[in-house]
Design a protein. Sequence first.
Length: 61
Amino acid sequence: MDENCSCVFCGNLSVGGLRVRGELICSSCESRITQLQIQDEDYKDWLSNLRPLWSKWIKQL
Ligand SMILES: [Zn+2]
């Protein structure tokens, strides 16, 4: 069974992409995150999206 095939950030259905502990990050969001700059206007939005995921992943370690 394929549990999760939509991106956790944009919600787009994605084949492939990055899978982190069952959460899928599509390739466009992945490249956006890797190119994220602290001065970017949407930096805080990405950060607030990432934070709950990070704390979830840390708990699963
Ligand atoms: Zn995405």
